[in-house]
Each structure stands twice: as structure tokens, then as C-alpha cells.
Ligand binder design. Structure first.
Ligand code: DMJ
Length: 476
């Protein structure tokens, strides 16, 4: 009875979503680049027809990439777009790409593709495998997508799979501190990896918390919440966390603080969990954390606002690096109500993108020298653009989106998919198309131009892999 009630509520709650009006399959023929984007601040407003045209172009590119996956990697985790081969992260497929792509295909109105992905997941996703998987990646990509897929489609099999996955993953929290080990074996429940980081420890509550709400199993909420609190308790006297911590002893191994990869989504989840679940502990932890971040990590330079690295105990600046992953932060600042800093930082991210025509993994913002030149098709800069456009309706963000789209088509598109870049300076490609290209990069780009009714921004919270979670369920 309870399951039935939950199912009915889920169907009712689907109302905030409306799948893209035009559900016909767009042409997958070679994309033409849209007109050259103006500088960010000088954008001309786009008409609804122009926005619809952009949304349709993005959808066509999603279909192009999906067809490549289908042709060469069906049933595997990922498609390698240069060698036209398949890749499985752990030697056995966990269907990373179809699972991660499911809600994007659904929101884009690519119904045949969404249906074939869902059928594959329903019938072939086998979680009973003797493999050690990374908690963080499996949680944000698989668990997050199974839950959002259930909320979008009402397919109960997706919730059953999410519950099965959650149960297999729970032993990860059985450390002396309650902070999760880095890896857990899906078959035996054995754990591995005592060195972890704030992002991997602190970015689990949204997914397991939602699983708790959908299943009524409270431990799914309590264990990741305890992990988050235990991590927060180990912040320094000035309110910063470091980059690497031992989950058994609770001792910091690397005391470098920042908003970069390895820390990023810890801060993001403090804010998002406070909104999604109305969790006041998370709200307090977020307020204190963001104050410390703005005090010690923000760095106003002659060329704009950036966020760099500092020692977690003294607050002394250590390095001045910013990169593709850091570009998530304007979205978080905007969601937290700080539109001024969000907009200023977004201008810096856009400057970074334009330095080589596509963003690098890492840039020294003081010298403007590229430190790590790869681009693995990351979404964060587009995610922030989408949030800022939602809050401001400033057409410059639509123009920024056109720049990203043009660069992606020009430099990353291949005959049968999209490829990462090994080096944004030489534009040499790499043989990889990560599942987050579907889950995040294409989804945020599409939502930037699609009618707002496609997904009611205010009815959801996106997990860090862009899987939307219904706020109405989170607050039950
Ligand atoms: C995604 O898997 C998630 O966004 C995560 O938080 C970090 N980065 C990748 C995409 O860049």
C-alpha cells in the first residue's frame, strides 16, 4: 500500500516536468555551427524561435552521440569515440552511459532513445558483481540517475534497482569515524581505501537521502548525514577543510583548501541538502563554510574574481589555480543567493574558456598560463550559465551558451560521437566520451534554451551529476 501511495505521489509529482514538446527525432546529420557568439556582455536578446532552434541543435547533437554509443558500445559503460570501441570501468558493465543519459534523453523528448535505454537498464543492469566500485562515482552517476529516472517515468524497476544499489553500498560507511571508505565491493560488501576527500565523503546525502524518502528506510539518510557532519567537525578553526583525509583516523593528510575537484561538491551538497530536505544542520554548515570560502579563497585580481587555494589552518594563499571543475561555483553561489559574486566569477570562467577557444582543466589565473591542458567534455561552466540565466534572464548567458556549443561542435565532434580533448592548445582529441557528457553537459546546454516548462527549476535540486530530484519528495 505504501509503495502504491509512493508511486501515485511520484506520478502526481511528475507534473513539474513536461517532456520537450517536439518529440520527433531530429536529424543526426552533421551539425552546423551557429553564428559566432558576441562578447558576453554585449548579447542581443534571442527570440523564442531562436532559442527553440538552439535547443533543437543541442538535441540533434545528443542524438548523434547516442547513436555512436549504440553502434559501438551498446550494453557497455562507455563509448570510445576515436577507436570506435567500448570501455567498462571495472571490467564488467554497470551501464554507466545509458543510466547517466536516461533523464537527459527523457527531458529532450527523445522518446525511442529514452525507452531503449530504460529497457536495457530494467533488464540488464546487474549489480550483484564481485567488483570494488568507487562510492562517489557510483552514487552520483548511477544512484542519482536511477532515482531521477524513477521520478520522471514512474518505472518502479528503477526504484528497485536504486534500493538494491543502496543496500550494497551501505557498508562503505562502516569506518570508525562514519566517513565512507573510498571503494566498496558490490557483492561482498568489503571495503577499501582509507584516504578520501571532502567531495567523495560529503556528496552522498542528496542521493541516499532521496532513497530514504522513496523507500522509508531512514538509515539511507542518517549514514551519509553523519559522514557529512563528521567531515565538517574536522574543519579548521577558520572554517576551511583540506583536500585529503584518512577516514579511519580522521586526520588530514593534505591541508590544502579550495573549491577545486576533491572538495567542490562537499560545499555544493551542504547548500543543496539544506534546500532539498529543509535540513537546518546543513544550512548552518553551508553558511559557515561559504563565509570562510569567500574570506580566504576568493581572490580579486586585476583580471577579475577568482577562487584559489589556501592553507586550511592559516588561510595563507598557496596556489592560484582555477579550472573546468571550479566553474561549478557560480551555480552554487547563485543558488545560495549571491548573484554578484556568481556573475563576477562566471565572467572569469568565460575568460578561461576563450583563452584557447575551449577551457582547460587547470589555469593559473595570475599568470594566465594553462597548467593542465585537457578537456574531458566537462559541464560545469555550462551548468553555471544555466543557473545564471535562470536567475537573471540576461541574454549574455544565452550568448555564452552559443560559444560553448560552437566550440564543442568545432573541436570535439567526431564522425560518430564526441571526443574529449587531450590538449586544448593543439586541439588534439582524446579517445573518451564520459557519461557526464550526456548527464550534464548536453542537459544543461539544452535546458538553457528549452522552454522553462521543460523542467521547473524551482521544483527540483540537481545532484552534482545534474540528475534532478523533486523538492516535494525531499521535504516529505
Ligand atoms: C561529474 O561527474 C560531477 O559533476 C562531479 O561533481 C565532478 N565532475 C564531473 C564532471 O566534470
Amino acid at each position: 500500500m505504501r509503495v502504491f501511495t509512493i508511486f501515485l505521489s511520484a506520478i502526481f509529482l511528475l507534473l513539474p516536468y513536461s517532456v520537450a514538446q517536439n518529440s520527433s527525432t531530429p536529424s543526426s546529420s552533421a551539425a552546423t555551427a551557429v553564428s559566432t557568439a558576441p562578447a558576453s556582455a554585449r548579447a542581443v536578446p534571442m527570440t523564442d524561435a531562436e532559442k527553440a532552434e538552439m535547443a533543437s541543435r543541442v538535441r540533434a547533437e545528443a542524438l548523434h552521440a547516442w547513436e555512436g554509443y549504440k553502434k559501438y558500445a551498446w550494453g557497455h559503460d562507455e563509448f570510445k569515440p576515436l577507436s570506435h570501441t567500448a570501455f567498462d570501468w571495472y571490467g564488467h558493465s554497470l551501464l554507466m552511459t545509458p543510466v547517466d543519459a536516461l533523464d537527459t534523453l527523457t527531458l529532450m523528448g527523445l522518446k525511442p532513445q529514452a525507452d531503449e535505454a530504460r529497457t536495457l537498464i530494467d533488464t540488464d543492469l546487474n549489480l550483484d558483481q564481485d567488483i570494488y566500485v568507487k562510492d562517489f562515482e557510483i552514487t552520483i552517476r548511477l544512484l542519482g540517475s536511477l532515482i531521477s529516472g524513477y521520478e520522471l517515468t514512474g518505472d518502479k524497476r528503477l526504484l528497485e534497482l536504486a534500493d538494491d544499489l543502496g543496500r550494497r553500498m551501505l557498508p562503505m560507511f562502516d569506518s570508525p569515524t562514519g566517513m565512507p571508505y573510498e571503494y566498496v565491493n558490490l557483492h561482498t560488501g568489503k571495503v577499501r581505501g582509507t584516504r578520501s576527500n571532502p567531495a567523495e565523503i560529503g556528496s552522498l546525502l542528496i542521493e541516499y537521502g532521496m532513497l530514504a524518502k522513496h523507500t522509508g528506510k531512514q538509515e539511507y539518510y542518517d549514514k551519509p548525514k553523519r559522514a557529512l557532519v563528521e567531515l565538517y567537525k574536522r574543519r579548521s578553526a577558520i572554517g576551511l577543510v583540506g583536500s585529503v583525509i584518512d577516514v579511519e583516523t580522521g586526520a588530514w593528510i593534505d591541508k590544502t583548501s579550495g573549491i577545486m575537484g576533491g572538495i567542490d561538491s562537499y560545499d555544493e551538497y551542504l547548500l543543496k541538502a539544506s534546500i532539498l530536505f529543509g535540513d537546518q544542520d546543513c544550512a548552518r554548515m553551508w553558511q559557515e563554510s561559504v563565509a570562510a570560502i569567500n574570506k580566504y579563497l576568493a581572490d580579486q585580481q586585476p583580471n577579475g574574481l577568482w577562487y584559489g587555494q589556501a592553507d586550511m589552518n592559516t588561510g595563507a594563499r598557496t596556489t592560484t589555480d582555477y579550472g573546468a571543475l571550479d566553474a561549478f561555483f557560480p551555480a552554487v553561489l547563485a543558488l545560495g543567493g549571491d548573484l554578484n559574486r556568481a556573475a563576477a566569477l562566471q565572467e572569469s570562467s568565460y575568460r578561461m574558456w576563450n583563452l584557447a577557444g575551449i577551457e582547460p582543466e587547470q589555469l593559473n589565473y595570475r599568470t594566465m598560463k594553462i597548467g593542465a591542458p585537457g578537456y574531458p567534455l566537462r559541464p560545469e561552466i555550462i551548468e553555471s550559465t544555466y543557473y545564471l540565466y535562470h536567475y537573471t534572464h540576461d541574454a549574455k548567458y544565452l550568448a555564452m551558451g552559443q560559444t560553448y556549443f560552437n566550440s564543442l561542435v568545432k573541436y570535439c565532434r567526431t564522425d560518430e560521437g564526441y571526443a574529449a580533448m587531450a590538449d586544448v592548445r593543439s586541439k588534439k582529441k582524446a579517445d573518451s566520451m564520459e557519461s557526464f557528457f550526456f548527464a550534464e553537459t548536453l542537459k544543461y546546454l539544452y535546458l538553457l534554451y528549452a522552454p522553462e516548462s521543460t523542467l521547473d527549476f524551482n521544483a527540483v535540486i540537481f545532484n552534482t551529476e545534474a540528475h534532478p530530484m523533486l523538492r516535494s519528495v525531499g521535504q516529505k
